[in-house]
Write a protein that binds this ligand. Structure first.
Ligand SMILES: *[C@@H]1O[C@H](CO)[C@@H](O)[C@H](O)[C@H]1NC(C)=O
Ligand SMILES: *[C@@H]1O[C@H](CO)[C@@H](O)[C@H](O)[C@H]1NC(C)=O
Ligand SMILES: [Cu+2]
Length: 145
């Protein structure tokens, strides 16, 4: 009885742990942190972000802030209402869904004049399924996993 429960628990741990271990915490801008005159697109370029990963925006409190915005606001550096700002100086955002995400600094002209903006694409948790072979005339293969 009890050993059955333990077995079930261990199975659960075995399933859950690897996915937790794979979650990555990214310090935006690495040692430079969240600042002006830094190329965040170059920073993001070689990274693959997944659901569950975290972005940490680090900066001196009061000098910058972080707004999550949509694509249009990102393009125009449109700053949302102040109550939507993250201002802790160590703002952690867990990437909760796949898709495009946009972040800007709302202080002064940091976004529009000094490039303090980050756009990323978040991939889903599981790898993309292999594309189905379209041209193959043979009957569908049975995939073994
Ligand atoms: C962004 O800027 C463009 C060009 O100036 C303008 O046409 C558009 O309405 C702006 N969008 C937003 C959401 O402010
Ligand atoms: C910043 O946030 C990260 C992630 O939440 C945390 O691990 C880290 O300890 C924090 N650092 C400071 C200096 O508060
Ligand atoms: Cu700023």
């Amino acid at each position: 009885m009890a050993s059955k429960q333990i077995a079930a628990f261990l199975t659960m741990v075995a399933v859950v742990l690897p996915s937790l271990a794979m979650a990555t915490e990214y310090i935006v801008g690495d040692a430079s942190g969240w600042t002006i005159l830094y190329d965040y697109q170059a920073w993001a370029e070689d990274k693959v972000f997944h659901v569950g990963d975290k972005l940490v925006f680090q900066y001196p409190v009061g000098v910058h802030n972080v707004f999550k915005v949509d694509g249009a606001a990102f393009a125009n550096c449109t700053v949302p209402p102040p109550d939507q700002a993250l201002t802790s100086g160590n703002d952690t955002i867990t990437l909760g869904s796949p898709g495009n995400k946009w972040y800007i600094c709302g202080v002064g002209q940091h976004c529009s004049q000094f490039g303090q903006k980050l756009a990323i694409t978040v991939e889903g948790l599981s790898p993309e399924p292999a594309p189905a072979p379209i041209s193959s005339p043979e009957k569908p293969r049975k995939w073994k996993f």
